[in-house]
Design a protein around this ligand. Structure first.
Ligand code: ADP
Length: 849
């Protein structure tokens, strides 16, 4: 401070003609100045006051503007009448500025100091928290502080000219507040964002300590959503308070929908008894606005202040406004969120459906058909490629030349869907892998906009490759079957011609013995051939119907091979092939059915002989490894085309035939080989370098644990050593019966023929027979019943019964077994086996003697 201190002794006027003249017209305050005891103030009696003070007073006291003059170093106050409302209950006259306005001194003191230093200040709408009515109150003022110079030119005091703008500021603030709030709320989506914003705007506008939005639910007040505080207190977000923390009276107000205004929680009757709750929140004043829905208190907006404070109507209104807006915004947000969630669930479900659909799907956008979406089935179909955002021609370049892009272009430009079935697509395999041939059924569905434009094409379809291949395979099988039937007719007719000629010849040359023998040989050969064809056919039908049961004995594979060689030798020799056999010296034990395994190897050897030009070489080898026995049959013959090779083991498969079909066969042999080997738990493999490169067929069988059977092949002669037996043959086909009788008679047996069941029973009653050979399909009484009757006689209880039928099904065999037949032969009878059966019976019966 550069000014000299005020000196009352020197400034006192000497002889005033009318000492109080300056107070004239000064209103209430002028009167009070006149009455005031100034001697007790630093200013002393009025008479001694400097002229500058009096002059200034005379000016301000009459002014209708609120003015407050302060004089001397202690800033002694002189308010005018218009200033009295600003003061409220405060006293100012004759008191130091700092004493009157102690609570705002920190704020205005520096301004006053500047004025006393000669510097004027002006403020507009300055917020001032004052306590003119005994409580704290936020007010706004537009004011100026200006120095007043005394006679010496020094600053003797200062003048405060002011205008209270609290109401204007409040109105403006409310307007701003509402603007800010509605502007902000419009952009917010979640209840959390909304409450966070309202609490903040409200708190800042009111200069509050904390503002919170709490839901009221089943007896609890829950600060579930973000709140706001000025940083001086703990956040209480997430906490819950029992609703009776408020006290019953206050709660009753809230339930009625009335806002509660607590200026000082410790004295207000609504809160005085529940201060612990307010202490916990660290507030001393509060405005609590209830939010009611359907007559229920559902939430409160609470504004708290750390100091006691008088809440103006304006502030309460602001809080109510904010609460109402929050309520509606939160409700809107909750509804929108629920809707959004519902939509998302719906979308997720559709997306999942799209993604998981078994049909392949894609959405292609724009004229370039850019992948927008592809589902899992589509990715599986086309393989792992980078789809999204790239045009089809880039992702699936192979589709370009196969017409797919042209089709898409058409759909795009015409807006008409395309339905395609069985389209072929050759997909490039990944590097180093083969291309993939696909067959597809699909629809290109344009997604048409209201204006007719086509923004995208929806592709949906299924991979019908498997169906297509299966259909092709069916066609192929059908074709082979037709071919087979033609061939079957041909093959079966072939032997018939020589048979019929031979039969014819027989009638002509009955007396010519050598000729009869020769013709008989022809007939026997052709019948054997036809029989083998029919046997194969029956075998195949049994195998395909799963009716084959195998014997399960342990065999020496070397013995099986020896048998097979014996049977195949005539065919090999007929074509003058060189046959080399290499087998291990040790036994090769395998478990299975001897006849079937012999059949397997005979088939392979016969094929080698058939499909190798005369004078070729055939090699049969057996060897073993740890677990397996391996038989290979190699020839130097025609070989097998690569296209045929994978199918040689399939039924009815045959290579190209010479026009004369000199090799015969029905394409059944290898199918039987494969089935039989597999029934034995093994595998059959074909190999050939190609046409004229020869072939190798390999049969792999599991080794059996122990060889238990000394499998010595019995020569055909073994059956010849036989004691003559008494045999009865019953067959309604006299020719068949006589043939068998003749053959058995030639072997020294005593044979009786009957063509009917009745006479057979009668004859058997008079005689004793060792063997009965019975046709099953007899007229009147069938073979099963006849056998029963014959066995009823004690003399025949031990006789050997042999069934003879045209059918060899498993069911027949089972039936004849229960009827007591020891053997079951399918016509025409294999004499070799019949002889063997009789020999075995002989051995058994011999032990009876
Ligand atoms: P089939 O001999 O009655 O035609 P198979 O099932 O035994 O029937 O044989 C099927 C086809 O496999 C034969 O038609 C023939 O084309 C081919 N094939 C079989 N064995 C050989 C072989 N050793 N060499 C060349 N081709 C063979």
């Amino acid at each position: 401070m550069t000014e000299k201190p005020f000196d009352s002794s020197t400034d006192r006027p000497a002889d005033p003609p009318s000492p109080l003249a300056f107070l004239e017209g000064g209103g209430v305050m002028a009167r009070r100045i006149a009455e005031h005891d100034w001697d007790r103030t630093p200013l002393g009696a009025i008479a001694g006051w400097p002229q500058s003070l009096k002059t200034t007073l005379s000016i301000i006291l009459g002014s209708p503007f609120a003015m407050y003059m302060l004089w001397g170093p202690r800033l002694i106050g002189f308010p005018n009448d218009a200033y009295l409302p600003v003061l409220g209950k405060k006293e100012a006259l004759g008191l130091p500025f700092q004493q009157t306005w102690a609570e705002i001194w920190p704020q205005v003191g520096p301004i006053a100091e500047r004025a006393m230093a000669g510097e004027s200040s002006f403020f507009e709408n300055l917020p001032i928290d004052m306590e003119r009515f005994g409580y704290r109150e936020r007010t706004y003022f537009t004011f100026s502080y200006s120095p007043i110079r005394d006679e010496s030119g020094a600053v003797g005091g200062m003048l405060v000219t002011c205008m209270e703008t609290t109401a204007d500021v409040a109105a403006d603030q409310r307007h701003q507040f509402q603007l800010k709030l509605s502007d902000g709320l419009r952009r917010l989506a979640t209840p959390a964002e909304i409450t966070a914003l309202t609490c903040k705007v409200l708190g800042e506008s009111l200069g509050a300590t904390r503002v919170g939005y709490a839901t009221v639910e089943s007896g609890w007040v829950h600060l579930a959503l973000p709140a706001w505080h000025d940083g001086s207190v703990d956040t209480r977000v997430g906490e819950k308070f029992p609703i009776d923390s408020f006290g019953d009276d206050l709660l009753a107000w809230l339930h009625e929908g009335r806002t509660v205004r607590l200026g000082d929680v410790s004295t207000d009757p609504l809160s005085a008894e529940h201060t612990s709750f307010y202490d916990y929140l660290a507030v001393k004043a509060m405005v609590i606005v209830p939010i009611i829905r359907d007559k229920e208190l559902i939430a409160v907006v609470a504004v708290g202040s750390a100091e006691p404070r008088r809440w103006s109507d304006h502030e309460v209104k602001l809080a109510e406004d904010a609460a109402e807006r929050t309520r509606s915004a939160v409700e809107r947000a909750i509804a929108e969120q629920a809707l959004k969630r519902q939509l998302e669930t719906e979308r997720d479900r559709l997306r999942l459906l799209f993604e998981e659909a078994p049909t392949f799907m894609a959405v292609l956008r724009g004229p370039e058909h850019v992948f927008e979406l592809v589902n899992a089935a589509y990715r599986r179909l086309v393989g792992a490629r980078d789809f999204i955002g790239r045009p089809v021609r880039e992702v699936v370049p192979e589709a370009v030349d196969q017409g797919f892009i042209t089709m898409l272009d058409q759909v795009y430009s015409s807006g008409t869907a395309q339905v395609v079935s069985g389209a072929s697509l050759l997909l490039k395999g990944p590097a180093g892998e083969a291309d993939v041939q696909l067959y597809l059924d699909f629809v290109y569905q344009p997604l048409v906009e209201a204006d007719g434009s086509v923004p995208a094409i929806f592709v949906v379809g299924s991979d019908v490759t498997q169906n297509k291949l299966a259909t092709e395979a069916l066609h192929e099988a059908n074709r082979r079957k037709d071919e087979f039937l033609a061939m079957l007719a041909h093959e079966l007719r072939n032997p018939l011609a020589p048979i019929s000629t031979a039969a014819h010849l027989l009638t002509l040359t009955a007396a010519d013995q050598p000729r009869v023998l020769q013709v008989g040989a022809i007939i026997t050969r052709q019948v054997a051939h036809m029989t083998s064809l029919v046997d194969d056919l029956l075998d195949v039908s049994r195998v395909t119907r799963g009716l084959v049961t195998l014997d399960q004995e342990v065999l020496d594979l070397k013995a099986v091979v020896a048998h097979a060689l014996e049977q195949a030798r005539p065919a090999v020799e007929a074509r003058r092939h060189l046959l080399t056999v290499r087998t291990t010296s040790a036994q090769v034990p395998v478990r299975g059915d001897r006849t079937r395994l012999v059949q397997v190897i005979v088939n392979l050897l016969n094929n080698a002989a058939k499909y190798t030009p005369e004078g070729g070489e055939i090699t049969l080898e057996t060897h073993t490894d740890q677990e397996r026995a391996i038989v290979t049959v190699t020839d130097t013959g025609n070989g097998i085309e690569p296209s045929l090779l994978p199918h040689v083991f399939e039924l009815f498969t045959q290579g190209k035939r010479t026009p004369d079909r000199s090799h015969g066969g029905l394409g059944l042999g290898l199918a039987l080989v494969k089935s039989m080997v597999e029934l034995h738990g093994g595998r059959a493999i074909a190999h050939s370098g190609g046409v004229d490169q020869g072939s190798t067929f390999t049969v792999i069988l599991p080794l059996a644990g122990q060889p238990t059977v000394q499998d010595v092949p019995r020569g055909p002669d073994a059956a010849e050593v036989v004691r003559p037996r008494r045999i009865m043959v019953v067959d309604d086909n006299l020719d068949a019966a006589e043939t068998i009788a003749a053959l058995l008679g030639a072997r020294g047996h005593d044979v009786t023929v009957q063509t009917d069941a009745g006479p057979a029973i009668e004859a058997a009653a008079l005689d004793r027979f060792d063997v009965f050979i019975l046709d099953i399909g007899l007229p009147g009484m069938d073979g099963y019943e006849l056998a029963g009757r014959l066995r009823a006689r004690p003399a025949h209880a031990d006789a050997l019964f042999i069934a003879l039928t045209g059918y060899g099904q498993a069911g027949d065999r089972a039936r004849s077994e229960t009827a007591g037949f020891a053997h079951h032969f399918v016509k025409p009878v294999d004499m070799q086996r019949l002889t063997e059966a009789l020999a075995a019976a002989h051995a058994i019966r011999q032990s009876d003697y």
